[in-house]
Design a protein around this ligand. Structure first.
Ligand code: URA
Length: 441
């Protein structure tokens, strides 16, 4: 087999065979295929696309390019959950213990935040003493007995994706549907769970800006999961505003704990219940989504989801008191309020601008090894569409120094727009895509 011929076929818009795809993914992993040929192939894929079969073969080859987590010794049906990246997205912190309380096993590897979106691992590490690095036996033991354990990705999951992503980043080929879908799903398949629930964000703060593109990405990923024998469902959710009232690690942890205690913002609660319900349904703990949702609501109401969270925190070295007393979490040293410059309605929240503000405050990373300030972030006083009076508090920013808080407040001010008339508020979620939708196409 020759890379030249593979390149030529894709340039002409032909479908690649499974062998051809496995050949170039192997060559990418071993370093035998030079970057210039891989880059040319990525560009050809970006322009000519890939059909569903090719995309699934690419995903599986990338998933197998490194270690595949083996969770088969952990009892129960293991369900993973993934978000394509949002601002203020703390859904995993609520949905995972909720699903566990319903009998689902969540043995999850999560990532750290990079750029303007946060990461579950950073949020959990804001809990004093909490560790996300555990020996495999301890990980399996906690997941098997508590029903939920969340650790940071160890070893090299899907190294071919890492290499291809770095090339995509510098060759203007990130925005290709088959390449995005295979990149995300290769890491999910390598994570070893039996089923996968995806939260595909759509809107100004998301990877996919339009509903049409988000639907296409969701369909592609559900199709990959289905072809790999892993039941997968995707929920398309709005990212034209941050989720909940907080952005920042300890602040988001606090909000997730509030929801688990029966309080907290309604949007976080609704989305977490929806995601957990799909996890319960895919794990066959309920016969349909309605029954799953009723079970999830009950476990939220009766405190069993909160107890799962407390137990997971205790077993992972943290202080479970933070769930009922989030004031034990790190707090920002200084704060600044952002006030409404005029009266009207909070008509637009530039989610990327808000994400960038949180990075500037110290809650996120510019580079992979940038240090974090766990107490830094934003607490909103108003939500999208709220009626506001001139001079009212829109949000408070938290940081380590006066200067950082001052700069952050200025950036946040620009990200919040007051409209003179009320505007239409987009729905919180749009659509479920399940295997049934993909098969009936
Ligand atoms: N996230 C990924 O892991 N890969 C992509 O290509 C895009 C988002």
């Amino acid at each position: 087999m020759h890379m030249y011929d593979i390149l030529n076929r894709k340039r002409l818009g032909k479908a690649l065979s499974r062998q051809e795809i496995e050949y170039f993914v192997r060559g990418c992993t071993t370093g035998e295929i030079p970057d210039y040929q891989l880059s040319a192939l990525l560009m050809a894929i970006c322009i000519q696309g890939m059909n569903e079969e090719e995309t699934a073969w690419l995903t599986m080859a990338m998933a197998r390019s490194g270690q595949m987590a083996d969770l088969s010794h952990i009892p129960g049906i293991k369900v993973d959950k993934h978000s394509t990246g949002g601002v203020g997205d703390k859904v995993t912190l609520v949905a995972a213990p909720l699903a566990a309380a319903c009998g689902v096993t969540v043995a999850k590897m999560s990532g750290r935040g990079l750029g303007y979106t946060g990461g579950t691992i950073d949020k959990l590490e804001s809990i004093p003493g909490f560790t996300t690095q555990l020996p495999p036996e301890t990980f399996a033991d906690i997941a098997g007995t508590v029903g939920v354990c969340i650790v940071s990705q160890s070893g090299e999951l899907a190294p071919a994706d890492k290499k291809l992503y770095a090339l995509r980043d510098v060759t203007a080929t990130v925005e290709s549907l088959p390449l995005i879908a295979s990149s995300i799903m290769s890491k999910k398949l390598a994570g070893g769970s039996d089923c996968i629930v995806l939260d595909v964000k759509t809107g100004s703060g998301a990877f996919m800006k339009t509903l049409e593109d988000s639907r296409a990405l969701a369909r592609a990923m559900v199709s990959i999961g289905s072809q790999a024998g892993k039941p997968t469902a995707a929920l398309i959710t709005d990212m034209n505003r941050p989720l909940g009232m907080t952005v920042g690690n300890a602040l988001e942890m606090e909000e997730a704990c509030q929801v688990l205690c029966g309080q907290g913002p309604e949007d976080v609660r609704r989305l977490s219940v929806a995601v957990a319900s799909a996890m319960v349904w895919l794990a066959k703990k309920a016969s349909g989504m309605e029954e799953a949702q009723a079970l999830v609501e009950e476990k939220l109401r009766d405190g069993s989801a909160r107890e799962r969270m407390e137990e997971m925190i205790r077993r992972q070295g943290g202080d479970p008191e933070v769930v009922r007393h989030p004031e034990c979490l790190p707090q920002g040293r200084v704060s600044r309020q952002v006030l409404a410059a005029s009266s009207g309605w909070l008509g637009a929240m530039d989610t990327q601008g808000i994400g960038r503000c949180s990075v500037l405050l110290g809650a996120g990373r510019e580079k992979k090894d940038s240090p974090l300030d766990y107490g830094a972030g934003i607490r909103f006083a108003k939500t999208l569409g709220s009626c506001v009076e001139k001079g009212e508090v829109l949000a408070t920013v938290y940081a380590e120094t006066e200067q950082i808080a001052e700069e952050g407040a200025k950036v946040l001010e620009k990200a919040l727009r007051i409209a003179p008339v009320p505007l239409e508020i987009p729905p919180l979620f749009y659509d479920w895509i399940t295997e049934k939708d993909v098969k009936k196409k």
